[in-house]
Design a protein around this ligand. Structure first.
Ligand code: GUN
Length: 289
């Protein structure tokens, strides 16, 4: 089995971004800047934002975190977003999700200016993606398409089964894989929590993209021999000795003997999400303002 090394593919993209930023710097141009709004102290969100900022540092991209208390009102959060919309030195920004219960995520995302929405979550960007128009593609699906391209996984005419229908991953992924303007041209089945007998579909899949947030959900008896598995899950599980580790939605050890290619967790899709985000920020920088 070939291990799809997202860390290596991501490092290559970050190196290319670094070179571009060095060129900008050498010619006295402004440097691109990404800002992350982090509300509260959810440990996973903190870790994700930390990894995003570290990647910016690696490439020379400017970055900042706006840390806000978990008790912040929707109105106050919206004021921060308005400020970033107007700030000419900020090319792109993200609001790390999930947000505390008192805040309506949809209302917040709607306020991010689409030209700075480098997470690609604004309805305008998602609508353009659906229509195959130029837009910011959500960072995780974008990173996955880059990874599939990088490893030259055949997609045209193939059956892709996406498991999970979240707005951030499953739904956009199903759209991207079925489009003909992108590289994919695949036939897509989107499975979710209400699908009867998910195995019936996954067993037919040439490529399975699993994003449901359940550790070791995808078992060896659910996968056709030779299939490619892209594991989007990041689940923290506790070992018998009380230590904990990150694991994906696929039973990696069992699937090693079944798949032709698979992404590990960590080191698969995660780093590619970050590469996708930085690519989007560079795109925002270069867009005509
Ligand atoms: N929470 C989980 N994944 C993401 C992501 O890609 N972007 C943001 N903003 N929040 C997330």
């Amino acid at each position: 089995m070939i291990v799809i090394d997202g860390k290596k593919a991501s490092d290559e993209i970050l190196s290319e971004i670094k070179i571009q930023i060095e060129h900008l710097s050498a010619s006295g141009k402004r440097i691109p800047r990404l800002v992350a709004i982090l509300v509260g102290d959810n440990p996973a969100s903190k870790a994700y934002v930390g990894a995003k900022m570290k990647a910016c540092e690696k490439t020379g991209m400017l970055s900042d975190v706006i840390q806000l208390p978990a008790s912040i009102s929707e109105q106050d959060l919206k004021q921060h977003i308005q400020q970033l919309n107007e700030d000419e030195t900020t090319d792109g920004f993200i609001v790390q999700l999930p947000l505390p219960a008192q805040i309506n995520e949809n209302e917040v995302i709607k306020l991010i200016h689409p030209s700075k929405d480098v997470d690609g979550f604004h309805p305008e960007n998602l609508g353009k993606m659906l229509l195959g128009q130029d837009c910011f593609i959500p960072a995780t699906p974008y990173g996955i398409t880059k990874l599939i391209e990088h490893y030259q996984v055949p997609t045209q005419g193939k059956h892709v089964v996406v498991v999970g229908r979240s707005n951030i991953v499953g739904t956009p992924m199903s759209v991207l894989m079925s489009r003909n303007q992108t590289f994919a041209n695949a036939t897509v089945t989107l499975c979710h929590s209400k699908t009867d007998d998910i195995s019936k579909y996954t067993l037919q899949a040439d490529i399975i993209i699993v994003a449901i947030g359940k550790a070791h959900y995808l078992k060896a008896n659910m996968v056709k021999p030779g299939a490619v598995v892209i594991d989007v899950g990041i689940n923290r599980i506790t070992n018998v000795d009380g230590t904990s580790k990150l694991t994906g939605d696929a039973d990696y050890e069992a699937l090693k003997n079944v798949c032709s290619m698979m992404t590990p967790v960590p080191g698969g899709v995660g780093p590619m999400t970050i590469a996708g985000l930085l690519l989007n920020t560079l795109k925002a920088y270069h867009a005509e303002k």
